[in-house]
Design a protein around this ligand. Structure first.
Ligand SMILES: Cc1cc2nc3c(=O)[nH]c(=O)nc-3n(C[C@H](O)[C@H](O)[C@H](O)COP(=O)(O)O)c2cc1C
Length: 390
């Protein structure tokens, strides 16, 4: 579904749902996703059968004044090489969903009821034949046009979502204001009960994090399936990344580079090179590189959930909390660089949690700081690509 252009609403007047949805999808697509794979799907339920199925699922009578949306995981776009990718996909979908709901809320379309089942909604067949077979429903929401549009809030959300990006450059080492960090860790609105955000600014804690990365950060490079999948998202240059609409250009991973350096990196990162040189400890070179970058930041941030094995509902909501955090950091002039390798393997995750004293299940870890240089934006697929009218 590529929403058709609709004239902008006058300030203070509710906009039609189609116009609001078009704007919201354009903002939500700017959310972060692992490898920039953009694994979300969004169904706008318009057929009587699908609307009834959603209302039943919410335990309410269908309401003619309401609109129903379903967030889905698109398995055709999902990473699958490691079991931990399931968690990353749900976080990514949750980030998309939170941005979408915030953007709809700012246009007056507020949540009347929602449900986040731990297991995909069953039966999917109740949503009709048009439901894509590769989509697993993750959340359903009933929206009503009750709120007062907030054009300034919408503009602010759009601008911060555009400015937010993964900046992999070195960060300035000046210590961050503890008050600012405390404010960033406070969750607001919509949140997942139990999401805990912790910052680590002490030299010893940061050194422990860097040491773990130096020792184990090469794990994904030496894992043939994981590296093949990651490499399938690496694009030669920004033009190739824009044409693909997903993944990342070499310059988004390593910063701006000359054509000859680009050729060298392409060769160095090829799965065949990894395979051939692995017995010589080639992956350790990358671990040292990751550790060196990780050390160039005044803070590490970790997000954890109370349960050891959080269900889908918690993870989708936690993805929302993650993007809220990231937007607040962006507004404060801070950049976030996730370093997920230590969370992608259970033994490494346990080592990280015990070394930093993190309880529950840590689902996200990143370095945080003020970058020394800007980084190009990663590409996006057309915002309408993820949508279906069902
Ligand atoms: C759950 C999750 C895990 C991520 N892990 C990493 C990571 O380990 N290393 C990294 O460089 N970027 C990581 N990212 C950042 C994504 O690569 C990034 O969001 C995506 O390429 C889009 O780019 P943008 O954030 O600049 O818009 C992660 C993002 C998410 C949502």
């Amino acid at each position: 579904m590529i929403p058709t252009p609709v004239p902008p609403a006058l300030p203070g007047r509710p906009v039609s749902f189609d116009a609001a949805l078009r704007d919201a999808m354009a903002i939500a697509v700017l959310g972060p996703s692992s490898h920039n794979c953009q694994p979300w799907g969004l169904a706008h339920l318009t057929s009587p059968g699908a609307r009834r199925a959603a209302a039943d699922h919410l335990g309410r009578a269908e309401d003619g004044d309401s609109t129903y949306l379903v967030l889905a995981l698109d398995r055709e776009r999902s990473l699958a090489a490691l079991p931990a990718h399931d968690l990353e996909m749900l976080l990514s979908c949750g980030a998309y969903w939170r941005l979408l709901l915030r953007a709809l809320g700012a246009q007056g379309w507020t949540v009347a009821a929602d449900r986040y089942p731990d297991h995909p909604l069953r039966p999917v067949s109740a949503l009709g034949d048009a439901w894509p077979s590769a989509w697993s429903p993750l959340a359903v929401v009933q929206l009503r046009c009750h709120g007062i549009p907030d054009p300034d809030g919408l503009a602010e959300l759009r601008s911060t979502a555009t400015d937010r990006r993964t900046n992999r450059a070195p960060y300035r080492m000046d210590p961050e204001d503890p008050e600012l960090l405390r404010g960033l860790a406070e969750l607001e609105g919509f949140t997942n009960t139990g999401t805990a955000i912790r910052h680590f600014t002490g030299a010893h804690e940061r050194a422990r994090f860097v040491r773990l990365l130096a020792r184990h950060g090469g794990r994904d490079f030496s894992h043939a399936a994981a590296w093949r999948e990651t490499h399938s998202f690496v694009r030669r240059d920004e033009a190739a990344a824009r044409a693909a609409g997903d993944g990342f250009a070499l310059s988004q991973l390593f910063g701006p580079m000359s054509a000859s350096r680009r050729r060298l990196f392409s060769l160095a990162l090829a799965p065949a090179t990894m395979r051939a040189l692995r017995p010589l400890g080639y992956h350790r070179v990358f671990a040292r590189g990751i550790a060196a970058v990780a050390g160039k930041a005044p803070a590490v941030v970790a997000m954890s959930l109370p349960e050891q094995a959080p269900g889908g509902a918690s993870l989708v909501r936690a993805g929302g909390d993650l993007v809220d955090y990231w937007l607040r950091a962006t507004r404060a002039g801070l950049a976030v660089h996730p370093l997920s390798v230590l969370l992608q393997h259970d033994d490494l995750r346990r080592a990280l949690q015990s070394s930093l004293g993190l309880d529950g299940r840590t689902v996200f870890v990143a370095r945080l700081g003020r970058p020394t240089t800007g980084f190009p934006a990663a590409p996006r697929l057309h915002p309408g690509r993820a949508g279906r009218r069902i």
